[in-house]
Design a protein around this ligand. Structure first.
Ligand code: UT7
Length: 318
């Protein structure tokens, strides 16, 4: 036993930042970002935290299902960017919507939402919750180095959520972590205490070896998806959509080619939303759902990769 999807929701801040806006203060261009990454614009918070966005996405998912906060007894929020360490995003959402039970955050970078789904499945298996709210929420803009053109142009802010009930719609999954900070490292602020005076001081920022991350992403997607389908006795013909982490349009194009699949099965919103880390997969899922593209009973693949390094792939039934 695992879960079934009841509803989805998402939210992105109103403020749209185009590539030309970035070129006002960075040595970059619309042409470079469009060609190398596939992003035209992203939504950037003007004061809304990851928790604020998570609350909007959660409310959206509750409204779609005709449920109230009190109907939820488990909240898991995948995030890297909570502005309060405690209470975290999940606890803040719980308080805002009037839910009860268990609420906690987890950090598995861009793979976080799928890690959170897998975690929720465990609660359903053990009958320790009745209805879960799983969220991916990120205010990436608060941890970016806005002078580093190699990283700040690719990210955006937003939140996505799904409400789950007990069911058997998690068909197969594969999660992994290859711990290390050589490829992606997200620094927190350096803290000086009366007992420690660090030589180096830094502000929060994202270090990313773009090309190594790119190789890791393509390798993860093109190895884990076919392996998981085979393990589940499925083929590409059984899958209606591949809902992949929106990190770079070229990564998505590689995936289509290597999986020898139909590009129409790979929905994309990276051009409008950018890379929203843990929020990427649930925002895209919500867009598909609201567009009426997810037919009950059909199978689709969720797959993400990112810092940690982490990778997560799941075959789910809608
Ligand atoms: O969600 C976490 C997972 N993250 C990812 O999956 C990201 C994966 N990696 C990527 O998407 C790409 O590697 C990037 C978009 C980050 C970078 O693209 P790239 O084609 O790998 O570029 P590069 O790092 O090899 O840089 C090529 C050139 C360099 O200039 P030189 O040294 O050749 O003169 C960079 O300085 O492009 C330059 N460059 C830029 N130029 C204009 C890097 N960023 C920019 C920019 N605008 N924003």
């Amino acid at each position: 036993m695992s879960f079934r999807f009841v509803s989805t929701g998402s939210y992105v801040p109103e403020n749209v930042v185009t590539n030309d806006d970035l070129a006002q203060f960075l040595d970059t261009s619309d042409e470079w970002i469009t060609q190398r990454v596939g992003i035209k614009e992203r939504h950037i918070s003007q004061g809304e935290s990851a928790a604020d966005m998570a609350i909007r996405a959660a409310q959206n998912a509750l409204d779609a299902a005709g449920l109230k906060g009190e109907d939820i007894d488990l909240i898991i929020a995948a995030t890297l960017t909570a502005d309060h360490r405690c209470p975290g995003v999940a606890a803040t959402v719980q308080n805002a919507i009037g839910a009860h039970g268990i609420a906690f955050d987890m950090s598995a970078a861009c793979s976080g939402f799928i890690f959170a789904l897998e975690t929720a499945a465990g609660y359903f298996e053990r009958n320790t919750c009745t209805r879960a709210l799983v969220i991916g929420a990120e205010q990436m803009s608060r941890i970016l180095d806005w002078t580093d053109r190699g990283t700040c142009v690719i990210f955006g802010d937003g939140a996505g959520a799904a409400i789950l009930e007990k069911g058997d719609n998690l068909i197969a999954s594969k999660l992994f972590t290859r711990g290390g900070n050589e490829v992606i490292d997200i620094f927190d602020v350096t803290v000086e205490t009366p007992f420690y005076h660090p030589e180096e001081k830094w502000m929060p920022h994202v270090f990313m070896n773009g090309q190594e991350t790119f190789k890791f992403a393509v390798n993860t997607i093109t190895t884990d998806i076919p392996a998981l389908l085979e393990e589940a006795g499925l083929t590409d013909d059984d899958i209606s959509y591949y809902v992949l982490h929106q990190a770079n349009v070229r990564i998505l194009q590689f995936a289509v080619k290597r999986l020898k699949s139909n590009p129409d099965k790979f929905p994309m919103n990276i051009d409008r939303i950018g890379n929203t880390s843990a929020a990427s997969v649930p925002i895209l899922l919500d867009e598909l759902n609201r567009a009426g593209k997810l037919e009950r009973g059909k199978l689709f693949v969720l797959s993400a990769f990112g810092g940690g390094l982490t990778g997560a792939t799941a075959v789910v039934r809608w």
